[in-house]
Design a protein around this ligand. Structure first.
Ligand code: UD1
Length: 394
């Protein structure tokens, strides 16, 4: 029988939204395989980098991702530990399963570790979300992107800037295929369900318990509040950066705007270890919430008047939804989302003076949705076709 064996690897939260539409597109292909096209035998590997329900399994459930065939249970650790352990545990798996292709997504440690192991095992490699570059090697993700793109046989990109970045590093054009943005496939798949959620129900279900004696929080008015996410080591791993940022938020920003802060586990740890947790917990207009599931975060994004974030995925979602987005970074690998390029995101770095200026810039801005070409909800279907077309026996 004409079969194509594909194994996909995911490890951390931002991977799950990207693999969900791919697994669905594979299913749909198998339900209606065109004459002469191969049936796809797909297996899914979870490296276990993210393992909490809130960081992992809730995304599998809500996005209807099949249970992973294998969980490598790598867990938390240094970069070398996560990449090394993933490679050590992937190697025998690849030797046993011998897929025709390994598919990796995004730029996390699972992406890079999967890529290296596949290529050393003579297995073809496809990279979804190839070609993104911040040109900042202080970001661990940038190193993962460079390594993965240098190895991939098929580089699936989401815009012309990504294509140009790959061309500049000498990737032959026949390996590059512009298929669009899988994150937006997931956004479109979920928007109607997220819009049915109630903002206050989402916040109340996830709010971190208030300290005894704190002023009770008021309910949130849709369209009037802001959302914050922060997890990059450059923003949360030093007290010198995080303390003034929290001071600006609690003493200035929250004086005029309610802020819902969806907390990443890394950030919670650092807030406690730097002794600044109490100052945010006491601020009546700042609502810390535990990590939200995909639909809950999308509900907040649909109803917020402003996003403050260092997440690349949220930058893209804000772009399509039109939510003004203060990006707490000095650079972005997603320039298409910037206000200057027709999107809604402004780079502010992490110093209060520039964040204040960026917030001011969005005063009275409203919503300005922008959909770059091929961010149309159908990227994963094109990706499946591209892999089939690039398979040597096709
Ligand atoms: C990883 C990705 C980053 C991505 C982010 C999204 C890399 C290099 N980084 O960073 O690109 O934007 O995920 O979240 O792959 N932890 C938990 N529960 C979990 C998982 C982690 O409490 O389920 C804790 C760990 O103890 C760890 C911290 O969160 O100390 C950070 O996790 P880690 O996997 O090191 O990287 P992220 O910062 O999440």
């Amino acid at each position: 029988m004409n079969e194509l064996r594909i194994m996909s690897v995911v490890g951390a939260r931002p991977n799950f939204m990207k693999i969900a539409p791919f697994t669905r597109a594979v299913d749909n292909h198998n339900k209606q395989t065109p004459a002469g096209a191969p049936r796809i035998v797909h297996s899914l590997v979870h490296t276990g980098q993210h393992y909490d329900k809130a960081m992992s399994s809730s995304f599998f459930e809500l996005l209807h991702i099949p249970r992973p065939d294998v969980d490598l249970e790598v867990g938390s650790g240094s970069h070398a530990w996560q990449v090394g352990q993933t490679m050590i545990r992937m190697e025998p798996l690849l030797a046993e399963w011998r897929p025709d292709w390994l598919v990796v997504v995004g730029d996390v440690n699972a992406t890079c570790a999967g890529a290296i192991t596949a290529k050393k095992g003579q297995i073809k490699l496809a990279h979804i979300e190839a070609g993104l570059r911040s040109f900042d090697q202080a970001m661990p993700e940038e190193i993962n992107r460079i390594v993965t793109d240098a190895l991939a046989d098929l580089l699936l990109t989401y815009d012309e800037t990504a294509d140009a970045n790959l061309a500049a590093m000498g990737v032959p054009p026949q390996r590059i295929c512009r298929t669009g943005n899988v994150m937006i496939d997931t956004l479109d798949y979920c928007t109607a369900d997220a819009a049915r959620l109630d903002v206050n129900a989402v916040v109340n279900a996830n709010a971190v318990e208030q300290t005894p004696g704190a002023t009770p929080r008021k309910s949130i008015v849709p369209g009037s509040f802001a959302v914050l996410t922060l997890h990059r080591p450059s923003n949360v791993d030093s007290r010198e950066t995080l303390a003034p940022l929290v001071q600006y938020l609690t003493e200035e920003f929250c004086k005029h705007t309610t802020l819902v802060w969806s907390l990443h586990p890394r950030t919670v740890k650092q807030l406690h270890s730097f002794g600044i947790w109490d100052s945010l917990a006491k601020c009546p207009n700042l609502i810390p919430v535990n990590p939200l599931n995909y639909l809950e975060m999308l509900c907040l994004n649909l109803n917020a008047k402003l996003m403050l974030t260092d997440s690349g995925g949220l930058q893209e979602e804000c772009c399509v939804l039109g939510t003004p987005c203060v990006t707490l970074r000095e650079n972005t690998e997603r320039p298409v989302t910037l206000l200057a390029n027709g999107g809604v995101s402004v780079l502010s770095g992490n110093q209060p003076a520039r964040i204040r200026e960026a917030v001011r810039q969005f005063h009275g801005f409203g919503r300005r949705p922008h959909r770059p070409p091929q961010w149309d909800g159908h990227a994963a279907e094109r990706i499946v076709q591209a892999i089939i077309a690039h398979h040597p026996t096709a």
